[in-house]
Write a protein that binds this ligand. Structure first.
Ligand SMILES: *Cc1c(COP(=O)(O)O)cnc(C)c1O
Length: 355
């Protein structure tokens, strides 16, 4: 058990008003959780303090060598006033997988969960209740050793901040247009693609800007070796329904193992839909499009939960899916997952954890 010291803010901020659209990632709550690590001492001094700027040495290693892990999950308010987290154990497990890959010391799972619950409890009043809204939770670790030179840091800071967020798609599920990237790559097997870390995102910016300029909202990555096999989208995993079968790229070392991906696979299998994790080439997708067997495409991720894909652009080819609209599986998954998260649908899997 952590002995968490709590220093409450003396100047609470006004809560966002009912009509605030809560644009994703722009508003932060009154408090944050911090815990230090030092070699020889381990993780120590867990504390909740007012949300404020950090003081770091300009030589802090994270600024120069990118040693950083982050996670993303949400807290939801149910109609009867309970606060629920969705599968936090999966995020904690993944955080420590990322930590191991990046030579960051692991955080004991029970301490991590205790910290999540404690910070969410303190700022519980910030959880919005309007349809589709939630409290986004961002745990992360940065290397703080003041040192220039490449080696694992000897000091770290574990931080959790919270942000009330609106519905990802204010008008309900909204199909996105996706650009298939065949010039740049995001990650390769043996690299850090399966770790949740900033480095993967900086590698993606160039093509994201290009895709935006062309009117596409996200990039679909192909594998870094053959530029042929589908990997994932920006911050989402990707699913295709082809001729009645749901397919998603199997985890191969360069794809982020999404919690929503895992939830989606389990639900689809339980619903009796043939579901496969397999190698999917872009040529297969184009062929199924030409044969009219590409029935649905959707992305999965914590932020938007399910993102139906209405259009894919691959070089000169434009593939329209579901007439650019929302497919029935996408809708059913969205309704079921958000229903469980909000406590409206019975949680047979024990996926939710009460704060
Ligand atoms: C976080 C993330 C996802 C989605 O994972 P979830 O656990 O479902 O939110 C997918 N791809 C990348 C690159 C990510 O960082």
């Amino acid at each position: 058990m952590l002995d968490i010291r709590v220093e409450k803010t003396k100047t609470p901020k006004p809560l966002p008003g009912k009509d605030n659209p809560l644009k994703f990632g722009t508003i932060f709550t009154d408090h944050m959780f911090l815990m230090d690590y030092e070699e020889g001492k381990g993780w120590h001094d867990p504390r909740i303090v007012p949300y404020q700027p950090l003081q770091l040495e300009p030589s802090a290693m994270v600024f120069h060598y990118g040693q950083e892990m982050f996670e993303g999950l949400k807290a939801y308010k149910t109609e009867d006033g309970r606060t629920l987290l969705f599968r936090p154990d999966k995020n904690i497990e993944r955080a420590n997988r990322t930590n191991r890959r990046l030579c960051i010391p692991e955080i004991p799972e029970e301490d991590f969960l205790q910290a999540l619950k404690a910070i969410v409890k303190i700022d519980e009043a910030w959880i919005p209740t309007k349809e589709g809204t939630s409290l986004y939770i961002r745990p992360f670790v940065i290397a703080t050793d003041p040192f220039l030179g490449v080696r694992p840091s000897h000091k770290y800071l574990f931080i959790i901040i919270l942000s009330p967020v609106g519905a990802y798609y204010p008008e309900g599920l909204n199909p996105v247009k996706i650009w298939i990237e065949d010039e740049y790559v995001r990650a390769v097997k043996g690299g850090i693609g399966e770790a949740k870390t900033g480095g993967n995102y900086v590698a993606s910016l160039k093509s994201q800007v290009k895709a935006h300029d062309e009117g596409y909202s996200q990039v679909l990555w192909l594998d870094g070796v053959h530029r042929k096999y589908i990997e994932e989208v920006g911050a989402m995993n990707i699913f295709f329904k082809i001729n009645g079968t749901i397919k998603t790229p199997k985890l191969n070392g360069s794809i982020l193992p999404g919690v929503t991906r895992d939830t989606t696979i389990r639900l689809c299998k339980e619903w009796g839909i043939p579901t496969e994790e397999c190698l999917i080439s872009i040529d297969d997708i184009y062929e199924s499009y030409q044969n009219n067997t590409l029935e649905e495409v959707f992305g999965t991720g914590t932020a938007a939960v399910i993102s139906p894909v209405g259009q894919l652009r691959w070089g000169d080819h434009i593939m329209k899916v579901q007439g650019g609209g929302i497919g029935p599986i996408s809708q059913r998954l969205y309704d079921t997952i958000t229903g469980i998260q909000l406590g409206k649908i019975k949680d047979d899997h024990n996926w939710t954890v009460e704060v």
